[in-house]
Design a protein around this ligand. Sequence first.
Ligand SMILES: [Fe+2]
Length: 393
Amino acid sequence: MSSVWSSPNPLLFGRGSAGETGAELRKLGCVKALVVYDAGVAAAGIADKVIAAIESAGIAVVRFDRVQADPPDWSVEEAGALGVAQGVDCVVGVGGGSSLDTAKAAKLLITNPPPLKQYYGREGVVTKPSVPLILLPTTAGTGSECTPGGVITDTERGIKTNIAGVGCSVTLGIVDPELTFGLPAGVTASTGMDALCHCIESYTSERANPFSAVAGREGIDLVAKYLVRACGNGSDAEAREGMMLASSLGGIAMSGALCHLSHDIGRSLGAKFHVPHGNGCAACLPQVLEAVAPVKTAEVRYFAERFGAALAPDASADEVGRAGYEAARGLMAEIGLPSMKRLGLDRAALLDAVPDEVVMQCQMAAKAGFVTSPIPVTRELIANIVARAYDEN
Ligand SMILES: [Fe+2]
């Protein structure tokens, strides 16, 4: 069977690279940019810094500063409509995953008429090419600057879904670690766990391949080395740069291999319970690693050993699974990541909603040819993982 090796768009990586945004737009022949960001990015002064770099290159700017968390369809349609009304010829997204996904959808809607819902799905959705899109992440987690699709909340069905295709493809990612220097420890922890989940899930995905494994393993190494440091000291430049690199590598790793159970559960926690994406994806990671260890023993072992596990050469799959579980739990405790219980979620409500939602989403993905979990996804499996994660983490 063939596998998908996805080598996404170019990246400009390095401290200070955000200052080159205007020059990069000029190279693309652009004269009027829709700049997409949220209130937090504005308050941190990052939006003004990027906009100044764009305007200094003689490019006019139209601001969309109303990005919503877990971007709902109506909000991204507003962004797209503003771009069309203002006649922009490029889109720039600045921020975390929600801002970057809103920018992707806005780009798509500039040449593909609304409603957005007609473009939901992964491969097989036909969209027209659109204007150039430059993305500048301000968190080290999403990897969205090098993935070919975005995640949108479908408010009619109350679920998170995907957009993809040439209509929302990224022209250039500008990855400037300096944009993350002011991030609080809680956001650093949550987004860093998102990056880690991208790396370990794509590495253990049913669609994993040698290309995604190289990126995933390197990302795991970097998170093991730098996440605790970045959480402990936000101005540790080397740690911030390492985490930014891990985030982009996670995006590259998952572009072809995709994520599985931790993200499937995390998406449901986000859509139904408004849990921040990184917290939601990490919420069940220890239990997921233990569950997949029997079929992904070498990969879970790699993960556990990077976080300090001492395993005998002939360790059994069960022992490896336990070590992966302990390694993930230890990291989450060290960075103070809140558990589902600490987030105030109701156990019964979770068990009522999440297993059915995850199974339904996985069945839909399987019908479209996307099987990512290395073990069969059943209601019982997900209920067991969620219940244990709630009680143990
Ligand atoms: Fe993610």
